[in-house]
Write a protein that binds this ligand. Sequence first.
Ligand code: FAD
Length: 462
Amino acid sequence: MPETETQQRLSYKQGSADRSAQGGAAFESWGRYPSYRANLIPLHWQSDFPAAIRGIHDAVLPVGLGRSYGDVCLLDGGNLLPTPAMSRLIAFDPETGLLTAEAGISLAQILDFAVPRGFFLPVTPGTKYVTLGGAIANDIHGKNHHVAGTFGRHVTEFELVRSDGTVLRCSPNENAEFYAMTIGGLGLTGLIRWATLKMKPIVSRKIDYEGIQFHGIDEFLSLTEASKEIEYTVSWVDCTSTGKNFCRGIFMQGDHSSRRDELKPSPEPKLVFPFNAPGFALNHISVSAFNTLFFHKQMGKRQVALQDYEPFFYPLDKVLHWNRMYGKSGLLQFQYVIPWNNAREGTVAILKEVAKSGLASFLAVLKAFGDVPSPGVMSFPRPGITLALDFPIKPGKSFPLFERLADMTMEFGGRLYPAKDAAMTAAQFQAFYPEWQQLARFRDPLITSSFWERVTGEQPNL
Ligand SMILES: Cc1cc2nc3c(=O)[nH]c(=O)nc-3n(C[C@H](O)[C@H](O)[C@H](O)COP(=O)(O)OP(=O)(O)OC[C@H]3O[C@@H](n4cnc5c(N)ncnc54)[C@H](O)[C@@H]3O)c2cc1C
């Protein structure tokens, strides 16, 4: 009998567990699945990357803050090189906004430095607790993708250190192929030691915010069309409701305020999710109730506010370790982009499948990507609609649903985001990213990840 994809996934886990039997420490990705052990060799500002791994007889992988959801930042039984202690600011030019820093610096640390000086990140994801290196390796996107493109587009140069000691300065004009393969290159081309980022000027911490309720995909598309000139747009969508409430949501848009205001640094977050919630806490009833409350928390169709950038960009960062809410089994993220020709039909079909499944997801985000090209060959975004969903991992339910959704994404000509993935199959990845063989040629022979082994079958050349 042919193996199902789920069985293949389990046997992959079984196979790689042999390497992890040697021990090591747990390094978790944000989804807390899969759970692997690895030897940790933290790098700091004085570290010499090839020297730090001399005498090591297994594969290595540089990692940041582990804010990827799946296994791009894991290496079962191998050696992880955490970079957050490699976080010095190297240079800043207030005339040009060019900021150079070691790659382990977090976006939160960059903001603490830059905001009081009147500068902001050119692109930011939904959490500020990611490193500069991680942002480049996944070529992350934000709410301004339709006008600013991806993060990599604002990285003017970086230094790449290979495990054989070769040091490459990479920019669009120097070692251009390594530049293009490393942006979105999943950490496989070498260690990014430092990078230069072009920051954008701001005069206030505030965002001119507008939230608009919508009912249905067509209202979402009209709002998208009408907001092309607005820098930031994103929608929360209720993916549990059916019938007249199907695809209802809140379209959130904003621009940096042009009214001068005090540019003080952000306070430290105080709330921490204190324990692993029991598996039953998130179910269809609790999530539907949350979605109804969230939809109606906005009184009326439109809400206008002058909002601080923290709740606008990073509402989830307010509670540290909120991923514990999903319990010990963890969560799966599913994020697709479907190109415009099938974007409407594909999104409706997938949202119906999710609602039908009854699997809870209250963190569902819908957005239109623009057509600003990325310099990264393996970059995920392309023009169309992207939808990101979280599922608690429930035995026998979550993986079959994921598999159906991934197949539907393929049928509609879309693809999934490796930074959020722990479950796509090798066949799916290779169809989504035919450029993977190009990346394989630029991969550092000592570097690999559990993700890469899973979706390509390639082993490190030790
Ligand atoms: C709440 C939340 C919201 C998010 N929102 C978004 C979003 O809106 N848009 C988006 O695009 N993503 C989003 N993400 C995903 C996140 O931005 C990416 O996964 C990001 O790459 C994580 O960075 P990190 O520093 O934690 O890196 P890790 O997750 O530790 O590693 C990510 C990759 O970077 C590589 N890497 C890290 N440092 C280096 C280095 N110095 N040199 C070479 N390779 C390196 C690793 O090998 C790995 O392949 C979100 C994640 C969370 C938890």
